[in-house]
Design a protein around this ligand. Sequence first.
Ligand SMILES: Nc1ncnc2c1ncn2[C@@H]1O[C@H](COP(=O)(O)OP(=O)(O)OP(=O)(O)O)[C@@H](O)[C@H]1O
Length: 307
Amino acid sequence: MRGAPRSRRPPPGSRCPEPPSGPDGPAADAAGPVPAAPGVPELRVTGLTVRFAGLTALDDVSFTVRPGSVHAVIGPNGAGKSTCFNVLSGVYRATSGSVRLGGHELTGLPPHRIAGLGVARTFQNLALPPYATVSDTLMLGRHRLTRAGFLAAGLRLPSAAREEARHGARVREIAAFTGLEPYLDHPAGALPYGLQKLVELGRALCTEPRLLLLDEPVAGMTSAARRRTAALVAGIRDSLGISIVLVEHDMGVVMRLADEVTVLDFGRRIAGGAPEAVQRDPEVVRAYLGEAAPEDGGAPAAGRGHR
Ligand SMILES: Nc1ncnc2c1ncn2[C@@H]1O[C@H](COP(=O)(O)OP(=O)(O)OP(=O)(O)O)[C@@H](O)[C@H]1O
């Protein structure tokens, strides 16, 4: 577990992003080492079960994401991680169980309503518009925050122009924060893979989320890009106080970044807690990390069904 309390300095070279805001404060009992930004609620997953025909993809899974923390969900291929993400973001419906973000029950809500509560996600596979510039792609993230109506925007009324300028300024701030500023006028789809992943992350940040769901944010990146992205994710947590749920196969990144880890195997939660404790848990070692516990206490990169 990381030391506490953590400083909220932005990463070097960034401008200070505005804190997320929202109606739900942290739950009263959500004490922990990570000081939360005001308005970032706890995420409480209770008894989550998802069945597809005869297959139970998630089986009575429970975990809590403390406000302002990075919570990793790990497990071998087919463990149920993506299914869990898809329920959190409203793509899949839970068969039973509950997902509460502060005072809001998320199960049963469609994806746009969940996004409207401040939940943003990135995808395992890139989902960027093919020809839009980075700037336009980031601007898409501002959509849910845009108040000007179709008519006002179409007629370029002063109020709509002022709002557009405000969103444009925020997009440039987030581009600077993520290191995307030099690429704002480039077509996003033509950038190298690692930068495209950053654009996805930047677009999610542009929605001013309170909960960020990152699905394999460093997959397919070079080791230098992995390090930079991991530092950026830590910077997002430390300077914005946003809660982050992270699905990631790179155990080095998980162990460095996560405040808490939930381990799934065959849809069941088999362990949870601080990264150091989890990686020594015999059931995790057996199910996820491979046959034998690592001698040096570090997490091996390979295990059953692990990419
Ligand atoms: N839409 C679906 N219909 C039927 N079965 C599904 C569906 N989505 C997932 N599954 C099944 O649910 C189980 C869990 O899959 P899931 O994709 O959640 O695992 P995962 O941990 O994300 O795996 P990976 O690391 O390979 O992405 C698997 O057996 C998978 O085949």
